[in-house]
Write a protein that binds this ligand. Structure first.
Ligand code: UDP
Length: 340
C-alpha cells in the first residue's frame, strides 16, 4: 500500500465519481470516498471494491456536516481531493434555489476550509458546461471555448459559477499555494463495460440517454423528442455527448497536471472543458441507441423543451493540449455499454 497517493473523492459513489474511482485505482492511486448516499447506495461501494479488487475506505458523510468531514481529514493522510458531491438537478434547482445554494456552496466552503487547515492543496472540481448558459447567443462561440463568457440560466449553474469564482479568489490570495483544476463537463453518457457501475437515477430521468434506457426496459412508454424544427442537419438539437469513462480519465489527467505543478512549486487555477468535441443531434443519438439495443424504441416528436438551445458543442483543444487527454469512445460505444 505504501507509496500510493491518496485521493479524497467526494460524491465518490455517484455516476461520474464512481467511474473516476475506477480510473484512479487503475492508475495507482488509493481513494477515500465520502458520500451522503443521497442519490446512490452503499451497494456501489461494494461493486467498486469488486472492480478494483481491494477494500475502499468509505464515509457516509454529508459535506455540510463539517465535524463529520473533519473526521475524514483527521483520520487520513490525504494528498488531493476530487470534489463531485453536489445537488445537480437543473429543474429542481429552479424550484428550491435556497437548498441548492446552501448545500452546494456550504459543502465547498467546508471542504476548502478543511483543505487549508490540513494543508491539502490539490483539488479537481467537478463543474459543468451549464456555467456557459446559452452560448449560442454569443457570436462565434460554438464550439464553446473555456473563454466563453459565463451566463448560467438556473440556480444549479449559478452555484457552479460561484464555486469557480471562490477557487479563483483563493488562488489569487496565495498564488503559489493552491492547485485547482475546474473541469466543465458536457453531456456524460454510457457506463463502465462491467455493468457494475452506472447511472441509476431514482424516478423518471430527465436526460436523453437514461430516458431511452427506461423506454427500452418498458418502464416508460415512449421517448419524446423535444423539437425537430431547429436549424440543424435533421432538425433536432445538438449536444456534445462524452463517454463517462473518457470523462473519468480526464480527472486523472487533470490530477497529474496539478501534481506536476505542485512538484514545480507553482500554483494554478484553470478551467478545462471535457467533452467529445463533436456534436450529435437527438435523432443521431436515438439511432445509435436503437442500433445497440437491437430494435427500434417508440418515439414521438413534441414541442421544444423550455430553456433548450440549438447547439452546445465543446471546444476541447485546451484539455487535449495541456492535459494530454483525448476522448477514445463515442456515442455508439456509450449506447452499447448501456445496453449491456
Ligand atoms: N431530449 C429529448 N427528450 C428527452 C430528453 C432530452 O429530446 O426526453 C433532448 C433535449 O431537448 C436536448 C438533448 O436531448 O436537446 C439532451 O438533453 P439532456 O436533458 O440529456 O441534456 P442537456 O443538454 O439538456 O443538459
Amino acid at each position: 500500500m505504501s507509496g500510493r497517493k491518496t485521493v479524497l473523492v467526494t460524491g465518490g459513489t455517484g455516476y461520474i465519481g464512481s467511474h473516476t474511482v475506477v480510473e484512479l485505482y487503475e492508475n495507482g492511486y488509493d481513494c477515500i470516498l465520502v458520500d451522503n448516499l443521497h442519490n446512490s447506495s452503499s451497494q456501489l461501494v461494494a461493486n467498486l471494491e469488486t472492480l478494483v479488487g481491494e477494500p475502499i475506505k468509505f464515509y457516509q458523510t454529508d459535506l455540510c456536516d463539517k465535524k463529520g468531514l473533519e473526521q475524514v481529514f483527521r483520520e487520513n493522510r490525504i494528498d488531493s481531493v476530487i470534489h463531485f458531491a453536489s445537488l445537480k438537478a437543473v429543474g429542481e434547482s429552479a424550484k428550491v434555489p435556497l437548498r441548492y445554494y446552501r448545500k452546494n456552496i456550504l459543502a465547498a466552503l467546508n471542504l476548502l476550509e478543511l483543505m487549508e487547515q490540513y494543508e491539502v492543496k490539490i483539488l479537481v472540481f467537478a463543474s459543468s458546461a451549464t456555467v456557459y448558459g446559452d452560448a449560442t447567443k454569443q457570436p462565434g462561440m460554438i464550439p464553446i471555448p473555456e473563454t466563453c463568457p459565463l451566463g448560467p440560466t438556473n440556480p444549479y449553474g449559478s452555484t457552479k459559477v460561484i464555486i469557480e469564482k471562490l477557487l479563483h479568489d483563493l488562488h489569487i490570495s496565495d498564488e503559489k499555494l493552491w492547485k485547482f483544476a475546474i473541469l466543465r463537463y458536457f453531456n456524460p453518457i454510457g457506463a463502465h463495460p462491467s455493468g457494475l457501475i452506472g447511472e441509476d437515477p431514482s424516478g423518471v430521468p430527465n436526460n436523453l440517454v437514461p430516458y431511452m434506457a427506461q423506454v427500452a426496459s418498458g418502464k416508460i412508454e415512449k421517448l419524446r423528442i423535444f423539437g425537430n424544427d431547429y436549424d440543424t442537419r435533421d432538425g433536432t438539437a445538438i449536444r456534445d455527448y462524452v463517454h463517462v469513462v473518457d470523462l473519468a480519465k480526464g480527472h486523472v489527467a487533470a490530477l497529474r497536471y496539478l501534481e506536476k505543478k505542485d512538484d514545480e512549486n507553482e500554483g494554478i487555477c484553470r478551467e478545462w472543458n471535457l467533452g467529445s468535441g463533436t456534436g450529435s443531434t437527438v435523432l443521431e443519438v436515438y439511432n445509435a441507441f436503437c442500433k445497440a439495443y437491437g430494435k427500434e424504441i417508440p418515439y414521438e416528436i413534441v414541442g421544444r423543451r423550455d430553456g433548450d438551445v440549438i447547439n452546445l458543442t465543446a471546444k476541447i483543444d485546451r484539455a487535449v493540449k495541456e492535459l494530454n487527454w483525448k476522448p477514445q469512445l463515442d456515442v455508439a460505444d456509450a449506447c452499447e455499454s448501456l445496453c449491456r
